[in-house]
Design a protein around this ligand. Structure first.
Ligand SMILES: Cc1ncc(COP(=O)(O)O)c(C=O)c1O
Length: 373
């Protein structure tokens, strides 16, 4: 099927690039003896998850209960790397199918109590990783002694089982070549944390970290046993700017149609903020909200909900109304989340499609419909 058969805007995934991205990360994990536990937030798709598992992923990482439920159809080992606060969330996690090995990362006694109550009610063991703040300052216990106390509190709450520690180096977003200092500081913090835990009699079986910007340096991180990159499956403009992939590794583009060229110096496409998201490039104004795959100097300068304004000032290319373009988004995870379906393409042919099956919450407590049991 040609692209012209699709109603735009729609996300396309280049199947060759996707396979290359998956193979490369799987090969890196194998080479360094690391468990690869990809974060599914980027694709939210059992189809892509199955490809990751087939290539040796040890399990999957999820943020939401719905992601964990959907992924349970293809995977029997799931980490929920998000604080399980509140009974609805904790109960859904504990209600995952019995054959699934479930682990949860958390950073507070409140989250621990909510998970403990749910695990007792469901009468199932759930692994727990104590989340540490090693520089991102988002979630994670800041003081290592407090983190050890939280691990002790886990041990006092069967059927929960303390498995280790987790951290997310999301603060390291500088280019790969200039990450040395940040990696060094992270290693110092990690080394200290591991020493304090071990001295207190808590030897972590799992040290879970990793991100896409630091993906290829994971083996340098002290004591890390598993890593959780998400964005690497599709990559995006930001990842390429950081140098964690080449522009040619960006697998997902948004196919859009030129709907107006009425104003000189610009062309309007049907992909606005509801198709592309409104993410800046690494926080910087002026770099647009996406760039064209086939005309990299052309960026989406501004957007309304259904309109994207292409800036034609840096190019001689002049599109006509009805032309199709492919836009590499700044932040691909947001784009996936905005669409129901993704089309798999090779060259200029649409080969397949798959659902973004884990979008949204997936459960309505009023009508009690959805996947949650
Ligand atoms: C806890 C956690 N782990 C892993 C990831 C994956 O990181 P990346 O998007 O850099 O691949 C994220 C991303 O948001 C995350 O929040």
């Amino acid at each position: 099927m040609p692209f012209s058969a699709l109603e735009t805007p729609v996300p396309l995934v280049d199947l060759g690039r996707l396979a290359r991205n998956l193979d490369r990360a799987a090969g890196y994990a194998r080479e360094h003896g690391l468990a690869l536990r990809p974060h599914v937030k980027t694709h939210k798709s059992p189809f892509v998850a199955a490809e990751q598992l087939q290539r040796g992923a040890s399990g999957l990482t999820c943020a939401t209960p719905f992601e964990a439920e959907v992924m349970s159809s293809v995977c029997d080992d799931v980490l929920v790397a998000y604080p399980p606060v509140g009974a609805p969330r904790a109960r859904r996690i504990a209600a995952l199918p019995p054959g699934i090995n479930v682990t949860v990362a958390l950073d507070s006694v409140r989250a621990l109590d909510d998970l403990h109550a749910a695990a007792k009610m469901a009468d199932r063991p759930i692994g727990v990783l104590v989340e540490l703040d090693l520089g991102m300052h988002r979630v994670g216990v800041a003081d290592v002694a407090d983190a050890v106390e939280l691990a002790r509190a886990v041990r006092a709450r069967p059927p929960l089982q303390w498995k280790g520690i987790a951290f997310y180096p999301g603060h390291i977003r500088q280019s790969v070549a200039t990450q040395d200092d940040a990696i060094g500081q992270l290693n110092d913090a990690l080394g200290l944390a591991l020493a304090v835990f071990r001295t207190a009699g808590f030897d972590p079986a799992i040290v879970s970290g990793g991100s896409t910007p630091t993906l290829w340096r994971t083996h340098e991180l002290r004591g890390v046993t598993e890593f959780r990159p998400g964005t690497y499956v599709y990559n995006d403009r930001t990842t390429a700017a950081i140098g964690a992939c080449a522009v040619q590794d960006c697998a997902l583009t948004v196919l859009a149609t030129v709907v107006s060229t009425a104003v000189p110096g610009q062309a309007v496409v049907d992909a606005g903020s509801k198709a592309l998201g409104r993410e800046l490039m690494r926080g910087a104004d002026g770099l647009g909200f996406g760039a064209l795959l086939e005309h990299p100097s052309v960026v989406v300068r501004s957007m309304s909900e259904e309109h994207g304004i292409l800036d034609l000032n840096a190019t001689d290319w002049r599109p006509e109304v009805g032309d199709m373009v492919r836009i590499i988004p700044n932040h691909v995870c947001i784009v996936t989340h905005l669409h129901d379906l993704v089309y798999g393409v090779r060259d200029y042919a649409v080969e397949t499609s798959w659902q973004v099956a884990a979008r949204g919450r997936g459960y309505d407590p009023i009508t009690q419909t959805g996947r949650s049991s």
